[in-house]
Design a protein around this ligand. Structure first.
Ligand SMILES: O=C(O)C1=C[C@@H](OP(=O)(O)O)[C@@H](O)[C@H](O)C1
Ligand SMILES: C=C(OP(=O)(O)O)C(=O)O
Length: 743
C-alpha cells in the first residue's frame, strides 16, 4: 500500500514503540514527513541520525500549531506522562488532527483525557500495539516490529469515525491486524496476559539478585531462566507507570495467582503428586495450544479456516504393513470411563486425534488429572462417578459428535450447569436425538435452534431410569442413555433397532460395572461404581478401511493392517468388501481388553457391484465414503439403501460424495436414504479435478484413495479435519504408495 495516508506524523516519545511506528510508516511511504518530539537530550537527535524522524524538536508548543487536518499525532510516552501531553495538545493543536497512543493501559488514558478536556475528544483514538521487546530506546526501533502483530484499539462512543478509520489504516499499513475492544476489557485482559507476567519476572529476578546465598546464581542460569525472565530487562519507568495506572486489574490478577501459587506450594510440601501433575498437565496443554494458535496450525477453536489441501497424483498401488492409529470410539470411552472410575486407569494405543483430544481436554477442564498422551499412552487419575468439578467455561468439543452426545448423557445427572459447544460442522448436527431421551429421564437440556448445539445442561437434576427404544440405529444415542443411567435411580435399558457398535457396553463391563445384555437390549442400574483398569486400544477399523479399499481397487496391491479392532459391530466394511469380491484375510485373531483384534491382509482382486444389505449399514456407518470409491471401481452398479444417517454426519456424506464423484466423472445418483453408484472396469475410473471435502475427514481420505484409479491429479480441499480421526494419514498413505502431497 504505497500511498500517503497522512501528511505529517508527529511521534511524541521516539523510543522503541514510537520509533518503530515511524519507521513502519516511512518504509511503507504512508506519510510525507515524520517529526519526532522528545525532551531535550539525545533521543530525538539520535532518532534523526538513525533516519527514524525527518526533524526533531523538544517543544510541542513549537510543533503542534503548525499541524493541519490530515496530520496525525502518535503518543508513545510512559503511561503516566500521557496527561501532560494531552494538556499541551489542548493548548496548541489545531482542529482536525487525529491523536492516538500506544500506552499499555487504556483506562488511565481515558481518565487523563477527561481530566484535561472534561470529556473524551472525538479526535482521540486510544490504542495499544501488542508488540515490543525487552529493549528500549530509539536504537531498538524496527520497521517490522508490528508486522503480523495485533493492535487493540479501544474507541469510545464519542470517537470520530474518520479518525478511527485513519488509525486503523495506518496500523494495517504497518503490517498489524487491528481488533477493537472496550477500555475495561482491554485492561483486564492485559493485566492477566502482560502485566502479571512482568510483575512475576521483575519480582523473581529481584528476589534472586538480593539473596546472598544466590550470589553466583546468574552464572549458572540456563535457558529456562533466561526465557522466563527476559522481560525483567524491560524499561522500569514504563512498567512502574503501567502498575500504577492499571492497579485494580493487576491486583486482582496477583491475588488469583498468589492463591494458586500457595496451592502449588502446599502440593509440593505434602508430596501430592496427583495435584502437581494436574497443574503441570493442564498448563502444558494450554501452553501447547497457545503455541499452535501463534504458529497458525489447525486444531483450535480460534482457527476457523481449515485450509489444508491434498494433492493426489494419479496411479500407483499400496504395498506394505502398517498400523493405523487407535480406535476413535474406544479412545473417547476410555477417557470418559477412566475419569469416572476409582483409581488410576492406564490406556495404551490412544488415538491422538483432535476428536479424542477434545474429550480428554473436557475432562481435564472438569478437574481430572490426565497424563499424556505420549505415544498413545495416557494415565487417568479417576475421580469417581461424583468427582467431576464444574469447568471454568463451556466445554468446546470441536468437530466431535461422539464427544458431545456421550457427554450430554454423562453430565445430565451431575450437580453443576454446563454448556457444550462445537465447531461449525458440529453446530449443525442434530442433538434432539439425545436431548429427547435424557429429558424423559428427568434432565433439563436446552438446545440451540432446530435442536442443534450448543447444549445447555442444568445441574442438580434427579434422573430416573427409563426403558428406551431407539428410533434409529445409533451407538451415540444408546451410549448417552446408558451413561446417564449410571446416575439414574432404578434400571435404565436401551433397545436398538439394529446392532450398533457396543464399545460402551463392553467397556463398562471391563470397568467392573454390572450391565446385562439380552439381544438388542442392554440394561444397567444406577448407583454402582467403576474400577480403574488397563485398556489397550486396537487400531481403528474405520481408519484401516481407507487402506482396505485402496488395496482392493488398485492392481498389484498387497497390504497388511496390524492389530485392527474387528468387533462384530464394526465388521461391516469387511463384510461388504467381501460381498463385492475383495480378497481379505484375517489372521492372528485374539481378544484384547475385551475386544476382538486381528491383522488384516488385503490384496487386489476385481470387485463387483452389489446391493448392500441394510443389516450391514450400522456396522459400516463411517466407512461408506471409502466404500463408495470401491463401488465406483466395481463391475456393475452398487445400490445403498437404509443409510439416511449418512446425511447428518460431519457433512451430508451422501451429497458430498455424489458431488465429488460427479467432479471426477462418475454420475452417482443420491437418494434420500442412500445412493446408486455405476461401476467402472476401466483402469482409470476417475478423471482428475478439484473436489471439496467440506471439512469432513472421511470424505477427504476417500477421495485421496480414489487417486489410485484416476487419470489425472485430484485436488481435495479443506482437509485439515483429517486430524480429527487420523492425524498421520498422509504420511502412512505415502509410505505404502499413494502419491499424496499436502499444501
Ligand atoms: O458411538 C460412537 O463412537 C460412534 C457412533 C457412530 O455415530 P452414530 O451413533 O450417530 O451412528 C459413528 O458414526 C461415530 O463415528 C462414532
Ligand atoms: C461421524 C463421525 O464422528 P462423530 O459423530 O464423532 O463426529 C466419524 O468419525 O465419521
Amino acid at each position: 500500500m504505497d500511498q500517503v495516508q497522512v501528511g505529517r506524523l508527529v511521534v511524541i516519545g521516539v523510543g522503541l514503540i514510537g520509533g518503530s511506528f515511524a519507521l513502519a510508516l516511512k518504509t511503507a511511504g504512508a506519510c510525507r514527513e515524520v517529526i519526532g518530539v522528545a525532551p531535550p537530550g539525545k533521543t530525538c537527535e539520535q532518532a534523526k541520525s538513525l533516519g527514524i524522524v525527518d526533524s526533531a524538536s523538544s517543544s510541542l508548543a513549537e510543533v503542534l500549531p503548525q499541524l493541519e487536518a490530515s496530520d496525525l499525532v502518535f503518543i508513545a510516552v510512559p503511561t503516566l506522562a500521557v496527561e501532560s501531553v494531552f494538556a499541551q495538545i489542548r493548548a496548541y493543536m489545531p482542529e482536525g488532527v487525529t491523536v492516538t497512543d500506544g500506552a499499555s493501559v487504556k483506562g488511565s488514558v481515558v481518565r487523563a483525557a477527561k481530566t484535561v478536556w472534561g470529556r473524551v475528544p472525538s479526535f482521540l483514538v486510544p490504542g495499544h500495539p501488542i508488540a515490543g521487546s525487552e529493549h528500549s530506546g530509539a536504537a531498538a526501533a524496527r520497521d517490522d516490529l508490528y508486522y503480523n502483530h495485533r493492535v487493540i484499539l479501544t474507541p469510545l462512543p464519542e470517537t470520530g469515525t474518520g479518525h478511527l478509520q485513519r488509525v486503523v489504516q495506518l496500523w494495517q499499513v504497518a503490517g498489524a491486524s487491528v481488533l477493537k475492544m472496550s477500555v475495561e476489557e482491554h485492561d483486564v485482559v492485559l493485566a492477566a496476559t502482560s502485566h502479571l507476567p512482568h510483575v512475576i519476572a521483575f519480582s523473581l529476578v529481584d528476589t534472586l539478585a538480593h539473596d546472598a546465598e544466590n550470589e553466583n546464581i546468574f552464572r549458572y542460569a540456563a535457558g529456562g531462566f533466561r526465557d522466563f525472565t527476559r522481560i525483567a530487562s524491560s524499561d522500569p519507568v514504563m512498567w512502574r507507570d503501567i502498575m500504577l495506572a492499571n492497579r485494580d486489574a493487576i491486583l486482582k490478577a496477583i491475588d488469583l495467582y498468589s492463591l494458586n501459587l500457595s496451592a502449588l506450594r502446599e502440593a509440593i510440601a505434602s508430596g501430592d503428586s496427583t495435584s502437581l501433575m494436574g497443574v503441570f498437565t493442564r498448563a502444558k496443554t494450554a501452553r501447547d495450544q497457545v503455541t499452535k494458535v501463534l504458529t497458525k496450525q489447525a486444531c483450535s477453536e480460534f482457527m476457523p479456516t481449515k485450509a489444508m489441501t491434498f494433492t493426489a497424483q494419479p496411479g500407483g498401488c499400496v504395498i506394505g504393513r502398517l498400523r493405523v492409529p487407535g480406535d476413535k470410539s474406544m479412545s473417547h470411552r476410555a477417557i470418559m470411563l477412566g475419569s469416572l472410575a476409582e483409581g488410576v486407569t492406564e490406556v495404551a494405543g490412544f488415538l491422538e486425534g483432535e476428536d479424542a483430544l477434545a474429550t480428554l481436554q473436557a475432562f481435564r477442564d472438569m478437574g481430572v488429572v490426565i497424563e499424556g498422551p505420549v505415544n498413545g499412552r495416557v494415565t487417568i487419575h479417576g475421580v469417581g462417578l461424583r468427582g467431576l468439578k464444574m469447568p471454568p467455561g463451556p466445554l468446546y468439543l470441536g468437530n466431535s459428535g461422539t464427544s458431545m452426545r456421550l457427554l450430554a448423557g454423562l453430565l445430565a445427572g451431575l450437580g453443576f450447569d454446563i454448556t457444550l459447544t462445537g465447531d461449525a460442522s458440529l453446530s449443525k448436527r442434530p442433538m434432539d436425538r439425545v436431548a429427547g431421551p435424557l429429558r424423559e429421564m428427568g434432565a433439563i437440556i436446552e438446545t440451540g435452534s432446530g435442536g442443534r448445539p450448543p447444549l445447555r445442561i442444568k445441574g442438580g437434576r434427579r434422573l430416573y431410569g427409563i426403558d428406551y427404544r431407539l428410533p434409529m440405529a445409533s451407538a451415540q444415542v444408546k451410549s448417552a442413555v446408558l451413561l446417564a443411567g449410571l446416575y439414574a435411580s432404578g434400571e435404565t435399558s436401551t433397545v436398538e433397532p439394529a446392532p450398533t457398535r457396543d464399545h460402551t457396553e463392553r467397556m463398562l463391563q471391563g470397568f467392573g460395572y454390572p450391565l446385562h445384555r439380552d439381544g438388542a437390549k442392554s440394561t444397567l442400574c444406577g448407583g454402582g461404581n467403576l474400577k480403574a483398569c488397563h485398556i489397550d486400544v486396537p487400531a481403528d477399523i474405520s481408519s484401516a478401511a481407507f487402506f482396505m479399499v485402496a488395496a482392493a481397487i488398485s492392481p498389484g496391491s498387497d497390504i497388511v493392517l496390524e492389530h485392527v479392532g474387528v468387533n462384530p459391530t464394526r465388521h461391516g466394511v469387511i463384510n461388504i468388501l467381501g460381498l463385492m469380491g475383495a480378497d481379505i484375510q484375517q489372521f492372528n485373531k485374539r481378544e484384547i481388553s475385551g475386544e476382538p483384534v486381528a491383522d488384516i491382509r488385503v490384496r487386489y482382486s476385481p470387485l463387483k457391484g452389489i446391493r448392500i444389505p441394510e443389516t450391514q449399514v450400522p456396522l459400516a456407518i463411517d466407512e461408506f465414503p471409502a466404500l463408495f470409491i470401491a463401488a465406483a471401481c466395481a463391475d456393475g452398479e452398487t445400490v445403498l439403501t437404509g443409510a439416511a444417517e449418512l446425511r447428518v454426519k460431519e457433512s451430508d456424506r451422501i451429497q458430498a460424495m455424489a458431488d465429488g464423484l460427479a467432479v471426477l466423472g462418475v454420475e452417482a445418483k443420491p437418494t434420500p436414504d442412500g445412493i446408486v453408484i455405476p461401476g467402472g472396469r476401466a483402469r482409470t475410473v476417475f478423471s482428475g479435478g478439484t473436489v471439496d471435502s467440506l471439512g469432513d475427514h472421511r470424505i477427504a481420505m476417500a477421495f485421496a484413495v480414489a487417486s489410485l484409479r484416476a487419470k489425472d491429479t485430484i485436488r481435495i480441499l479443506h482437509c485439515a479435519n483429517v486430524a480429527t480421526s487420523f492425524p498421520n494419514f498422509a504420511d502412512l498413505a505415502v509410505s505404502v504408495g499413494l502419491r499424496l502431497q499436502l499444501a
